[in-house]
Design a protein around this ligand. Structure first.
Ligand code: ATP
Ligand code: MG
Length: 426
């Protein structure tokens, strides 16, 4: 046998049963962001590599070791997008969308990171991204968190996700904190895990995120960023906490929450679940007021989040919150002289009169027994049968496939249509 080619590791196919689930999820996401007045943007999957190294930061895991980077045929270094914020800011600057204007935007699509594939972690994965530009108060931070909370409510999973909240302060405050943290880490250097040793000098705040037990123990006594916050940062954070509490969103303060990308300041948050094992963060985001300027624009406050669709679909499936979709509502079948033409014509007519129904026309002939077996396999709601007498008399036979008794009626077109409408609504 010829050598078969397989998919790239960590990159998944979504088959019909999966896409039926994904479409339900995507529909709720789209409806919810629309209900908050957000508009969709679509960016390319490929960007110039330096966009990501400038935006995300040279010493982050993403840029250091997770990007799919290559030279195109003209020798330019390009990367598949590992996240959406950088490209979104680039697009807004390129098309002058955020100079002196507010924008509330969203996008949905694949992202690429060369990580070790495991449950909830893939090399091609999908995110819903939400980004807001031009607003600097805690009210908008609260709004995007309330938006994510509204999603969990619409899916019926709000009790499965908890909100972790932290503030990183201003750049100046963080810099001071960083110095004090590095000093502390140096005092305990010998006992840190290898990653944390390295990060002490490249990205010390990420050490706070370490999963290593010994490091975690050391961090219990480490300086806390909250002690370095000025009045303004404190007021911003208090304002956010107050808004969330008064809108019925509970949260947990987590002073070790730092997020993996370099561009965050002030608010950072994650929605976490216990139901998915190690990959428990379904959604994460925060404020990134410096990024627009860093990419060449005027100083512009900004805040956003990324939601991992694979993790959301896994969670919804684990909690049995997604309905299996019928592959066909109506299975149209026929046999005898002239059946193929009569079926094709009837299918056209039915699809005009029932534009939202999935009407599948049996092709390939064969006896009715075989055709009914197909209809059952698809779990169709009803069969529409065109036998010789129906074709001759201009009638249709409708068979209820969901009912054990198998109600069957032969009717003229108008009455048959009414019956089908009633069955599909039930
Ligand atoms: P993690 O800590 O799980 O690696 P992250 O901090 O790298 O996540 P972000 O860059 O903030 O994640 O992306 C936002 C969301 O996108 C994550 O919370 C997660 O749901 C999802 N996500 C990130 N990386 C992957 C991946 N490799 N596979 C599947 N989903 C992912
Ligand atoms: Mg990651």
């Amino acid at each position: 046998m010829a050598l078969t080619v397989q998919a790239v590791r960590g990159m998944n196919d979504l088959l019909p049963a999966d896409t039926a689930r994904w479409q339900q999820v995507e529909q709720v996401l789209r409806e919810t962001v629309a209900s908050f007045g957000y508009s969709e943007v679509r960016m390319p999957l490929l960007e110039k590599t330096n966009l990501f190294s400038r935006a995300i930061g040279e010493v982050t895991d993403v840029v250091e070791k997770e990007m799919y980077t290559f030279e195109d045929r003209s020798g330019e270094s390009l990367s598949l997008r590992p996240e959406g914020t950088a490209g979104c800011v680039r697009a807004c600057l390129e098309h002058n969308l955020i100079y002196n204007q507010e924008q509330r935007l969203w996008y949905m699509g694949p992202m690429f990171r060369h990580e070790r594939p495991q449950k909830g972690r893939y090399r091609q994965f999908h995110q819903l991204g939400v980004e807001v530009f031009g607003l600097n108060g805690p009210d908008i931070d609260a709004e995007i968190i309330l938006l994510s909370h509204a999603l969990w409510q619409r899916f019926g999973i709000a009790d499965q996700l908890s909100l972790q909240l932290n503030t990183l302060g201003s750049n100046a405050e963080r810099l001071k904190y960083r110095e004090s943290l590095v000093k502390y880490l140096e005092q305990h250097f010998a006992d840190l895990d290898e990653d944390s040793k390295r990060r002490t000098y490249t990205n010390p705040l990420r050490v706070l995120d370490s999963k290593d037990e010994k490091t975690a123990e050391i961090l219990k006594e480490s300086p806390k960023l909250t002690d370095f916050l000025g009045a303004e940062s404190r007021a911003h954070f208090d304002g956010l906490c107050d808004l969330l509490s008064k809108c019925g969103v509970s949260f947990e303060l987590n002073s070790r929450l730092v997020r993996g990308l370099d561009y965050y300041n002030l608010t950072v948050f994650e929605w976490v679940t216990d139901a998915l094992g190690a990959q428990g963060t379904v959604c994460g985001g925060g404020r990134y007021d410096g990024l627009v300027e860093q990419l060449g624009g005027a100083p512009t406050p900004a805040v956003g989040f990324g939601l991992g669709l694979e993790r959301l679909v896994l969670l919804l499936s684990a909690l049995d919150k997604l309905k299996d979709r019928r592959l066909a509502d109506i299975y149209l079948m026929g046999a005898g002289e002239g059946a193929a033409v009569a079926q094709a014509q009837l299918a056209l007519k039915l699809r005009k009169d029932l534009p939202h129904a999935k009407i599948m026309n049996h092709c390939g002939g064969g006896n009715f027994k075989k055709q009914f077996r197909r209809a059952d396999k698809l779990q169709a709601r009803a069969a529409v049968v065109l036998g010789e007498s129906e074709i001759k008399n201009g009638t249709l036979t409708i068979k209820d496939l969901q009912n054990q008794e198998g109600l069957q009626q032969t009717l003229p077109y108008g009455q048959a249509l009414d019956l089908l409408k009633a069955m599909l609504q039930a």
